[in-house]
Design a protein around this ligand. Sequence first.
Ligand code: HEC
Length: 497
Amino acid sequence: MNNKYKVVLAIIIFAGGWIFGSSNNEAPVITSSVGGASYEGGFESEVTVGAVPHRSAAGSIHIVSPGDSIQAAVEAAQPGDTIQVMPGTYSETVYIDKDDIHLVGVIQNGARATLDGLGKLNDAILYSGNNIIIENFRITQYKGNGIMGQAGNNFEIRNNVIVDTGIYGIFPQLGTNGLVEHNVVSGIEDAAIYIGMSDNIHVAYNEVFDSVAGIEIENSRHAIVEYNNAHHNTGGILAFVTPGLPIKTTEDVIIRNNFVSDNNTPNFGAPGSIVSGIPAGTGILVMAADDVIIEGNIITNNKTAGIIINDHSFAPTITMDVQSDPNADRTMILDNVMLNNGYDTIPEVVAVALTELHIGLVDIVHVGPSNGSCIINRHRYRTVGIGDYSECGFTNTDSIDSYLLAGGAQPRVIASSERGEIAYLGVCAGCHSYTGRLIGPSVQVIQAMYAGNPQGLATYINAPIKKRENFPEMPAQNYLDPETQLAVAKYMLQVNN
Ligand code: HEC
């Protein structure tokens, strides 16, 4: 037998092992995606339009024109007022620490009110009040956050264009009942849209691209992510648990009807940060999150895989937390269109694939233990590691429109004794986790440095100086009053997970 025939024979044997060795030799279970049962789990949904309760009376309108300060208007405003910002360029940090303010950019002939950080300022808009609306701005060249919510409930962040603003584009942290829609966010070193430690969230009709993570649902519950376009990021849409944060779970997330394509941008996250571990070419990632439904998405051209489901031990940049369940349980994959994913995947996925004699494209890969996961029409995808997935008992989530709360959540009222804790949860935990590196060093490292010296810590956060190579700069927390700075310093020095 000449060599040519040996090669052909080897291929036939290999292909035979692949076909007969996998479970795909049984007749596929074909489920019609028309009709069928809807998911019956999840948050008891209440249909609403918007997350901020309607005002019963119109407050005053404050108009800000170029040359004026937006912050001065915020300070003059009463709860119930609206601030309208005329087109033009404003270079400032706006901090809203009162309730019921609507901050609205006026768009005239396509010209927007632009917040420009000039590559020097840290944050564009921070809010800690309840019932806040922020819409129509263009935000660019900040180093920290575009729009960050710090423990405010009931918020709407809509129709903003955010370009190249450092670490997080839109980042509501520790908020209940919020809507993030119709924003265009690009060029972000961590997450374009980052929902952190929040509940009852709706993220829809956003376009996110050229960022490390497109949309991130992190340590949050009852979230719907739909009709977004996540393309040309390192990872498109992610639902996961970051260990070492005070809230330990991500669960009840519906990711549906999104475009998730070409997320192959090389990872440019700060080395050592959690997102720096996302392999370029990740479409949707579910890590240690439970009850995640993936339905109706168009997932194409993501070179590592279309959908990756894994536990914490698979992630190179994670420090484990004994209080966080590391596994992704009850992932539910309904009908999606998946094409040309996993064409140039990572060695870790190749290794798992080889145990199933799978070669070639990978639409879906599950690594690590999992309980209660299910899928329909699995024959449509190239799959690895989902042999223990059962057939889902439902085909759609049509009965669920929204996880928002009718009438809104109770506004958060912060007693002065809680100021340190809430600032820690609402601000610091966005970048510091207890156990490992998030954006900044771990809280354990900080505790070792500042033991017995809360005043020293408070002085640092008021005006941080650059200390570590390979870390971004820490944004100054000088918008917090001195008592809150000291309270949060004391709180940070005594947390134990
Ligand atoms: C946007 C991300 C971010 C937020 C929010 C943030 N930090 Fe940091 N923090 C960092 C980074 C990055 C560093 C490392 C900076 C360096 O080494 O140059 C850091 C470093 C620190 C340090 C180490 C100081 C030292 O002497 O080495 C302390 C203390 C600290 N942060 C406290 C806080 C507190 C308290 C809060 C909340 C009020 C907070 N940080 C919020 C990103 C953040």
